[in-house]
Design a protein around this ligand. Structure first.
Ligand SMILES: NC(=O)C1=CN([C@@H]2O[C@H](COP(=O)(O)OP(=O)(O)OC[C@H]3O[C@@H](n4cnc5c(N)ncnc54)[C@H](O)[C@@H]3O)[C@@H](O)[C@H]2O)[C@@H](O)CC1
Ligand SMILES: [K+]
Length: 485
């Protein structure tokens, strides 16, 4: 897992190395130029520099690219208060070429965004907005230095306008905001240039990025039977919403749970013709089975019967995953919140941002403005493992640092995907993974199944939740290399 550092920590690192030679700003500019020269054919490059040190990086990058024989045009916003390091960078460029102070109008080549980095302090002012929009109008490649201008590097929030880069060259260490909320859409492909600095071991990361498969299920032993892999139940499926519970059940089954019961509130359905292995029962019957783990919420509804079903689920002594309407009911009913804190077995909450907002008594915008904080606050308030869904899903649990999931794409924004994710988590917990491990692996595999599907469907349109289940099953199996000896 890759460590991600907050702006405050990055500032501390910068101070520690303030007298480094060559200076970090020079290293950043030269490193960026070397990366650009290695990844693009020589072409006109428009370097856009802002009023702070991010602009200084850009000016050294311009000078270096010029030295490598690239045609370079520089546009810079004059700083209100010149900092010495920026003045030196400006001087270095002015020995080579002109500085245009008007808003760039780029028609050709590559653009380097060095307007703002981690110094963004509020929504960009009018001048910056015009320059950001001018960069975004460019149809060719856009390379952002450190952070796409306008994106909050801590949170991935965009308080106003932001550059949409194809590549971001981020300096010293990786940053959480590049991977969650709006980060993925605006940063493009991220490359970290460490500038020859090793981050001090005593500096705690704000989060970790899960960029590769975090762990695997243990191989299946020959002398095993379905009971070895757990009996699980999905509780939900009120009239008109039975599909949600079925999808969760199918996902649990196809991800290896031994026996899967679907406890439906709609008593008219007794059988899943597409997945006859599922045992369809009433909620009461499902809860009397000797279960290893439960998921409650998919299609649960919000009736009195739904509240009773959730309360019965919480009174069991096995791990419970709460999703969808289960979370909405939890947000509304204090007695359910009390039951959660009194449970002896683990509880896992898997909210999307709107559900997280209800659980925290705030609004979706506030959750999205700081997803890492929201997930950690939920975990401490409810003493649960949390998976906060959305771009760059966050997994955390009390006493554990948060992780940001690095897989997935917009194709997964489709009906039933959350139900599938609940079923995958359920299967992984039933097969013995601790809650937080199950969340991280499930989020990663779910995203990766979407990424693999997208390779054959570039616009990302039409991925169904059922397709995702099949993709995750394929991903789970190559992992069990040592199986069945
Ligand atoms: N932190 C580090 O360790 C390093 C930082 N470097 C660079 O320096 C950057 C940070 O430099 P700074 O602290 O000067 O910050 P920035 O260059 O990101 O921006 C600061 C400037 O932008 C203005 N500004 C901020 N928000 C604005 C808004 N909403 N509207 C209009 N103007 C706004 C500020 O008044 C200030 O002049 C990093 O992102 C990176 O690119 C590198 O040189 C190397 C190492
Ligand atoms: K930038």
């Amino acid at each position: 897992m890759r460590p991600l550092f907050s702006n405050n920590t990055l500032r501390r690192i910068e101070q520690t190395h303030a007298t480094a030679h060559p200076a970090l700003m020079v290293r950043a500019g030269k490193g960026a130029a070397a990366w650009i020269a290695a990844h693009f054919a020589k072409q006109v490059v428009t370097v856009v520099a802002g009023p702070g040190h991010n602009g200084g990086d850009a000016l050294y990058c311009a000078a270096e690219l010029h030295g490598l024989g690239w045609p370079v045009i520089v546009h810079a916003i004059p700083p209100r208060h010149t900092k010495p390091a920026l003045a030196a960078a400006l001087k270095a460029w002015q020995r080579i070429g002109e500085v245009h102070t008007d808003c760039p109008h780029v028609t050709d080549g590559l653009v380097v965004d060095g307007l703002l980095g981690i110094g963004l302090d509020s929504a960009p002012d009018d001048t910056l907005v015009r320059w950001i929009d001018a960069i975004n109008r460019h149809r060719g490649p856009i390379v952002a230095l450190d952070v796409p201008t306008g994106l909050n590097a801590d949170t991935g929030e965009i308080p106003g306008h932001a550059v949409r880069a194809d590549h971001t060259l981020t300096f010293l260490a990786d940053k959480p905001g590049l991977y969650t909320a709006y980060g993925r859409d605006h940063a493009g492909e991220v490359t970290c240039l460490d500038l020859g600095i090793t981050v001090e071991a005593d500096l705690a990361p704000a989060a970790f990025l899960v960029a590769t498969q975090p762990l695997a299920l243990p191989p299946r032993q020959h002398a095993s039977h379905k009971g070895t892999y757990g009996t699980v139940a999905v509780v939900g499926g009120a009239s008109g919403m039975t599909g949600a519970a079925m999808l969760a059940g199918r996902a649990a089954l196809q991800c290896g749970a031994g026996k899967v019961i679907v406890g439906l509130q709609d008593h008219r359905i007794h059988f899943d013709p597409h997945q006859p292995e599922l045992m369809i029962q009433t909620v009461d019957d499902a809860l009397t089975a000797p279960l290893s783990a439960l998921a409650v919420g998919p299609g649960l509804g919000t009736t009195t019967q739904s509240v009773d079903s959730l309360a019965s689920t919480l009174s069991t002594a096995v791990p419970v995953i709460i999703d969808a309407d289960g979370l909405n009911l939890l947000a509304r009913h204090a007695h359910l919140q009390r039951s959660i804190t009194q449970r002896g077995a683990p509880t896992i909450l898997t909210p999307h941002p709107a559900e997280a907002a209800r659980l925290l008594g705030t609004d979706t915008r506030a959750v999205q403005a700081d997803r890492l904080y929201a997930a950690q606050e939920l975990s401490s308030r409810y003493q649960c493992a949390i998976l906060l869904k959305g771009s760059g899903s966050i997994c955390t649990a009390p006493g554990h640092p948060p992780t940001i999931n690095g897989s997935g794409n917009g194709a997964l924004a489709s009906a039933g995907q959350g139900d599938v994710l609940s079923g995958v988590i359920l299967a992984l917990v039933a097969q013995g993974l601790p809650p937080l491990d199950a969340l991280r692996l499930a989020a990663y595999l779910h995203g990766l199944a979407g990424d693999q599907w997208r390779q054959d469907h570039p616009s990302g349109i039409g991925l169904t939740a059922s397709d995702t289940i099949a993709g995750i099953r394929r991903l789970l199996n190559p992992l069990n290399q040592e199986a069945d000896r």
